[in-house]
Design a protein around this ligand. Structure first.
Ligand code: GLA
Length: 642
């Protein structure tokens, strides 16, 4: 993507600045080696100040300035946030929350994904922008809307309700089928016609979980339909690649990106370190692996990240010296071919004025600016890495549908959260030095030596069969508790848990037995189990790890030519995984990822480390024989000698 460098890019909200600043910025962008700039992401109220009246003067000028500077353009359709005139004239486009209250303009993304009025206006603007710039030589990429569903994914308004009914009819066909799928025989919820069905608005009690699940699916599909509508308009005017920025993060779960990914010409993700999590760096690695999975293993773009603090967490931490480069290169190690920052110049006003940027409020005489220059130089030295792919022989199965089905209103324990279990499995593998591909349920697993399946609560018969066949042919699977329990309609599979995987695992779970916060159950190996236990009976499996009272905690079943392991509690997963996967091991705080012939050694710790390697180190340009020194907090990339 980047010519002579792994691409460095940024968002440029030029509307905030004067033409004099634009000129200064072009010179600075060249100095920083910026190769791609996202513009017009929030341009609507400037481009169409009054209905049907367009003003492209400023955008034209920026487009030409970037072109003259030799910088590629990542062009927003400008539809991310409606202008005030639209919501004033058509308040019916405003989103409504589950309790029936309207969300007003004044922030951003104040529109219902199913609103036909919003769609019509957004497509009209898209048409104008696409027709005007569709074949501009500086145009590198189309950026549809922005982070679709970041704030407005679930809308409970009347337009949304009508669209939900249409969607349900398409999915279920008849109202009888809907009644069966949702189990409406319980609590007198039987529908006589689709007209009676509502979105799952806030109720006095627990809501119907199958209705909630279908509403999640519908909402993801509604936003994807919006993406497709804008992309179709663009396609009539332009041959450039089209994408939108995904949010593969810990706090956004509304979009099933497995279903979105095939529509993207290139997969782009926005990632910000989340300091609300116990291990933010481990989550970064997981998100990068999942993004690569969405890209089908091919290179992808980091469309947004921060040079320092964000402004939307309770405590917005600055990055430590060296961390800007380290975090960026961790994404590159895991398959990114572009690193873009939000945003170019820190805002002086508005909702994000305390969000970091490439040019901070203090200007270019700053450590952040110097680190961006250092990153830029490093990305140039890593040019040859571009286009190469990460090879992994272990897979981890991830499912948005299981996330929705697990983290629902009434569940056996509120400490049971899907993402916690996924993160724990990925973190354990990362600490064992294992590089992991994140794959969708039902994926072809034949090339993996081992597959880890955390908390796959909802699974279809076909996807369960794919996993079973993989093991039967010699694969190794590690499946953790609460997996296989319900079918795609959220209906419990009867006959004992873990339902779909009972035969594969050779166990029957008669009862869940969650633990209270702080409660522990000692294991025979000296470890301890927390959060979750089960009343488990072996059929064909044998015990691999037991509680102190001798009852099974971890089991193994020989199935066909392979092995199926079951982990029925929360424990140190490394103890189990080390017996199943080929774990090279790593030094403490050190992450090692292989991408093509390149080995990235990422030192998150405060001490220098020596890593065995022979070849050429690309960051320093030095030959390496036997071992490479990776200074504390730094990254080294070795092209290994064949
Ligand atoms: C998202 C948005 C940006 C900005 C950043 C701030 O990624 O797309 O517009 O709000 O968050 O972190």
């Amino acid at each position: 993507m980047g010519g002579d460098s792994v691409l460095l890019g940024c968002d440029y909200n030029f509307e905030q600045w004067s033409p004099a600043v634009w000129r200064e910025d072009m010179a600075l962008m060249r100095e920083a080696g910026v190769g791609l700039v996202a513009i017009n992401v929030f341009g609507w109220s400037h481009l169409e100040p009054r209905p049907g009246e367009y003003d492209f003067a400023a955008l034209d000028e920026i487009v030409e300035l970037l072109h003259e500077a030799g910088i590629g353009i990542n062009l927003g359709t400008g539809t991310a946030s409606p202008p005030p005139w639209l919501t004033r004239r058509h308040p019916e486009v405003l989103p409504v929350t589950a309790d029936g209250t309207t969300r007003y303009p004044g922030g951003r993304q104040a529109w219902c994904p199913s609103s036909p009025v919003f769609r019509e206006h957004a497509l009209r603007l898209t048409e104008q922008v696409a027709a005007r710039y569709g074949d501009h030589p500086a145009l590198a990429l189309w950026h549809v809307s922005n982070e679709l569903g970041c704030h407005n994914a679930l809308c409970y308004c009347e337009a949304g309700a009508a669209a939900f009914r249409v969607w349900l009819e398409q999915r279920h066909g008849t109202v009888e089928a809907l009644n069966r799928a949702w189990g409406t025989a319980f609590w007198s919820q039987r529908y006589a016609s689709f007209d009676e069905v509502q979105p799952p608005r806030l109720a006095l009690s627990v809501r119907n979980p199958a209705q909630l699940l279908d509403f999640q699916r519908f909402s993801s599909d509604a936003l994807l339909a919006h993406y497709r509508a804008e992309a179709a308009v663009i396609r009539r005017h332009s041959r450039a690649r089209i994408t939108t920025n995904f949010m593969v993060t810990a706090h956004i779960r509304a979009l099933d990106y497995w279903s979105w990914a095939p529509d993207m010409d290139v997969i782009a993700n926005d990632h910000y370190l989340d300091h609300r999590l116990p291990d933010p760096a481990a989550e970064l690695s997981f998100a990068a692996d999942l993004t690569r999975g969405l890209a089908g293993g091919r290179p992808w773009m980091l469309m947004e990240t921060s040079t320092g603090a964000v402004n939307w967490q309770p405590y917005n931490l600055a990055k430590e010296p060296g961390q800007l480069v380290r975090d960026a290169l961790t994404h590159v190690a895991r398959g990114a071919d572009a690193v873009c920052f939000f945003q170019w110049r820190a805002s002086a006003q508005g909702a994000e004025k305390f969000h970091s940027a490439i040019v901070p409020h203090a200007g270019t005489g700053t450590a952040v600016w110097r680190e961006v220059l250092e990153l830029s130089a490093t990305l140039r030295r890593l040019r040859e890495v571009e286009g190469t792919t990460v090879e992994a022989d272990t897979a981890l199965v991830f499912s948005w549908e299981s996330w929705w089905a697990t983290d629902t209103e009434a569940r056996p324990s509120q400490d049971l959260r899907y993402l916690d279990q996924v993160h724990a499995a990925h973190r354990a593998l990362r600490e064992l030095g294992v590089t992991v591909d994140v794959v969708a349920p039902g994926s072809d697993l034949s090339r993996y030596r081992a597959v880890v399946v955390p908390c796959l609560h909802l699974v279809s018969d076909e996807d369960a069969a794919t996993l079973g066949a993989y093991v039967e042919r010699g694969g190794r699977a590690v499946i953790t508790f609460y997996s296989g329990i319900v079918d795609p309609d959220d209906r419990v599979r009867l006959g004992g848990y873990p339902g779909a995987f009972r035969d594969l695992l050779g166990v029957v779970v008669e009862e869940f037995a969650p633990l209270l916060p702080g409660q522990e159950k000692p294991l025979r190996n000296g470890g301890r189990a927390t959060v979750w236990t089960e009343r488990l009976r072996l059929t064909t499996a044998r015990t691999e790890e037991a509680y102190e009272d001798g009852t099974p905690a971890v089991t193994r079943n020989d199935f066909g030519a392979g092995q199926a392991w079951y982990v029925s509690t929360v424990l140190d997963l490394r103890d189990v995984l080390v017996k199943v996967v080929d774990a090279p091991g790593t030094q403490k705080d050190t992450e090692v990822v292989r991408r093509g012939p390149y080995v990235f050694v990422i030192n998150h710790g405060a001490k220098d480390v020596e890593h065995p390697a022979t070849g050429e180190e690309l960051v320093t340009g030095q030959p390496v024989t036997g071992s490479v020194l990776v200074p504390a907090g730094a990254v080294r990339v070795i092209r290994e000698q064949a």
